[in-house]
Design a protein around this ligand. Structure first.
Ligand SMILES: Cc1cc2nc3c(=O)[nH]c(=O)nc-3n(C[C@H](O)[C@H](O)[C@H](O)COP(=O)(O)OP(=O)(O)OC[C@H]3O[C@@H](n4cnc5c(N)ncnc54)[C@H](O)[C@@H]3O)c2cc1C
Length: 309
């Protein structure tokens, strides 16, 4: 119930326009985001790399931008970011949202913009990951991925375990040696398309992981990013990997900045691979409310930030 209300708020235009103006909302988002500028994200990335040997991913928040000049400016920003990151010498990859780069304006617009970013990152030997949004975008996002990955192998895509179609999408991608970030899925979807029960989403995540780490997938060159903070699932995956001859270096966990930090450090400390996604930018509202929806206890943090200190 709380999750449904929060997901409704994340999609509501009035809320997106109005609520970010309130100081308490801006203060509360700091827990998940070090600041609105790329430099803020890179500063946090430096602390993670220097302090804990944890590499990062950065993403500029924004979605459903339907103005050609604006999406072009977002692409320009990422192209410059690719050089800026290279200049820092940090291990920081990029993650982008198709609707932030013009998917609502047409596949060709998004492809031209994302291609520019992939080329810029490639020229520095760096990676770009394509986020997955609502289910209506899955087919065009897969199409974008296939077209760009054919020319830029350092290009990854996100798949969502809550979608019933994902095992078929994974099988179709597998022979091309893809880079896949597996997530549970963060959007409101109907039960006809997505498992409504959390246990089914978790089981699907585990089953998809075992396929991504299968000998066949590794032989094809699949890069596996497992984006979850779920400690039970992480233990289950590590145990399966250990029992099936899959090394800790053969897969990478990916987590969000500010969430499950102890677990992040534990994985890094034990020699496992972990990468942290750091967000920045001023289009953070829908993304932030989806983070609250994932764990309604987070709403408590917002309420506490309202109280006098
Ligand atoms: C690197 C990365 C990239 C992502 N990209 C996408 C994408 O492209 N498309 C998409 O649909 N989704 C994306 N997501 C979000 C994802 O779909 C999940 O909604 C999110 O990761 C929460 O699921 P979970 O696997 O951590 O498990 P859950 O089962 O939701 O949570 C397990 C445990 O993790 C902790 N936890 C999880 N979320 C939070 C939170 N918000 N605040 C505090 N604690 C929390 C809690 O301890 C919780 O008990 C991404 C997530 C990550 C980490």
């Amino acid at each position: 119930m709380v999750r449904s209300v929060l997901l409704w708020v994340s999609e509501n235009e009035w809320c997106s326009r109005t609520l970010p103006r309130y100081g308490f909302v801006r203060r509360a988002v700091r827990r998940f985001m070090p600041g609105e500028r790329l430099d803020d994200a890179l500063g946090a990335a430096r602390s993670l790399e220097d302090g804990h040997r944890i590499p990062a991913l950065v993403t500029c928040l924004g979605e459903n931008v339907a103005n050609e000049a604006e999406v072009g400016a977002v692409a320009d920003h990422y192209v410059a970011a690719a050089s800026g990151i290279a200049a820092t010498g940090l291990d920081v990859e990029l993650s982008v949202k198709p609707t932030h780069l013009g998917l609502d304006l047409g596949l060709n617009v998004a492809e031209a913009n994302i291609r520019r970013i992939a080329e810029a990152a490639d020229s520095h030997g760096n990676w770009v990951w394509l986020d997955m949004e609502y289910s209506r975008y899955v087919d065009p996002t897969l199409e974008l991925y296939r077209a760009i990955h054919a020319d830029h192998p350092r290009f990854g895509i996100c798949l969502q375990s809550y979608l019933r179609r994902t095992p078929d999408d994974l099988e179709a991608l597998l022979p091309s040696g893809p880079a896949i970030r597996l997530v549970k899925g963060a959007y409101a979807e109907p039960p006809s398309l997505a498992f409504p029960e959390k246990r089914d989403v978790d089981d699907a995540f585990f089953d998809l992981t075992t396929r991504m780490l299968s000998r066949e997938a590794r032989r094809a060159g699949l890069r596996a990013g497992l984006a979850t903070h779920d400690p039970r699932l992480i233990r289950r995956i590590d145990a399966w990997a250990g029992a099936n001859g899959v090394g800790r270096g053969d897969y990478e966990y990916q987590m969000l900045y500010g969430i499950a930090e102890e677990e992040q450090r534990r994985i890094a400390g034990e020699g496992g691979k972990i990468r942290v996604l750091i967000s920045y930018g001023d289009g953070w509202f829908p993304w932030y409310v989806r983070r609250l929806a994932e764990r309604p206890a987070n709403v408590g943090f917002v309420i506490r930030s309202l109280l006098p200190r």
